[in-house]
Ligand binder design. Structure first.
Ligand SMILES: Cc1ncc(COP(=O)(O)O)c(C=O)c1O
Length: 360
């Protein structure tokens, strides 16, 4: 049976976390002589933000605003310096270097493996099926005592598709380890998030990001949602001030602008379908994979040549051709209508190789 206490790395159970000055006094009023800040001001004048003071280490104002949007309690939210920080913290919280493992389903987002490797944590791999879905039986067979986290990316990067919800829930309900569902692209997806499943599944962690649909990649802000004890553990091991004052200030404003995010998503999805149709009509394209996100994994007849050609015209796409199940594939992020039109114009001009005459 899943027991969070059994999964946490033992030395963290007794860790006394760093206590910030704001842990000791969290009031807003007062003469602050406790954090060795500059009391006079700052070398930067940044639109009303008090950058000479440390930020709220727990970002409570943002969590209060975000919780009703996500349908969770503020205490079920962790905010990271990008979801990449969340990924790293989860591995450091639960995986004993040189002993424990994470399980990933390639092709998938690269940072799960990179973070694990940096932390000297072994990576087990069970590839997605040819249509980029979960092979549930093989995943469950691969899980062993030292598997601490299974990573499911839905919609998946680089394939772009949602993973089957029933299969994800079956895995979550069958294992005693954590299952992290990375929903970085869920704002683009037609299906609801797994967030409503949190209360019923104590081993589920959902991660999302402000970097994609919200258009805030440069701010660096990611989210994790999970049961309170797990959020408490992440708070205990994170760097004290992981989200800076400006990020926090701008996030509060951005959260007021959710309708703008929804409108941009609508535009991106419309552009995606136009781009898909145009890509599919090209003789150099073999297949455009189904996508529930803002990326189109596209199988070319010769992806290496197309990649180099696009690059030479300063159109930069992601070469995924060396990745399992993605032979001859480029991952194309949906751009603006003008950017997509330029891409298609160039691809139309790509010299199609002559078919060699059949020799007799
Ligand atoms: C699936 C997935 N998860 C997480 C991230 C990282 O996002 P962030 O900018 O929040 O660190 C990315 C970025 O491309 C991603 O594709």
């Amino acid at each position: 049976m899943f027991q969070l206490q059994n999964l946490i790395r033992p030395h963290l159970l007794t860790l006394t976390p760093y206590a910030t000055a704001r842990d000791e006094y969290s009031g807003k009023e007062g003469i602050f002589l406790d954090a060795n800040e500059n009391p006079i001001g700052s070398t930067l004048d940044v639109s009303g933000a008090t950058v000479n003071r440390y930020p709220d280490p727990y970002q409570l104002a943002i969590k209060e605003k975000l919780a009703p949007i996500k349908g969770v309690r503020p205490t079920q939210i962790f905010l990271g310096n990008g979801s990449d920080e969340v990924i790293d913290l989860l591995i450091r919280a639960f995986c004993e270097p040189g002993l424990d493992q994470i399980l990933i389903l390639p092709p998938t987002y690269g940072m799960y493996e990179v973070s694990a490797t940096i932390n000297n944590v072994e990576v087990q791999k069970v590839s997605l099926t040819a249509d980029f879905q979960i092979d549930t039986g093989r995943v469950l067979d691969a899980v062993d005592f030292n598997t601490k986290i299974i990573w499911l990316c839905s919609p998946n990067n680089p394939s772009g598709n949602l993973l089957d919800r029933v299969a994800m829930l079956r895995i979550i309900e069958s294992v005693d380890c954590l299952v992290v569902v990375d929903e970085a692209y869920s704002d683009f997806a037609p299906e609801a998030s797994l967030l409503p499943e949190l209360d019923a599944h104590p081993n589920l962690v959902v991660i999302q990001t402000f970097s994609k649909a919200w258009g805030l990649a440069g701010l660096r802000a990611g989210m994790a949602f999970a049961q309170e004890d797990l959020i408490g553990l992440l708070n205990k091991i994170k760097p004290p001030y992981n989200l800076n004052v400006l990020t926090q200030q701008h996030l509060l404003t951005a959260l007021e602008n959710a309708p703008e995010k929804d409108e941009m998503v609508r535009q991106i999805l419309a552009n995606r379908e136009t781009l898909r149709a145009q890509l599919e009509s090209l003789p150099i394209v073999e297949q455009v994979f189904a996508s529930d996100s803002n990326q189109l994994l596209t199988h070319f007849t010769d992806s290496t040549a197309v990649f180099a050609y696009l690059l030479s015209h300063l159109i930069i796409v992601r070469d995924r051709s060396k990745v399992v199940r993605c032979e001859n594939c480029l991952r194309i992020t949906v751009g603006t209508a003008e950017e997509n039109a330029q891409l298609i114009r160039l691809l139309n001009e790509f010299p199609v190789p002559e078919k060699s005459p059949i020799s007799v």
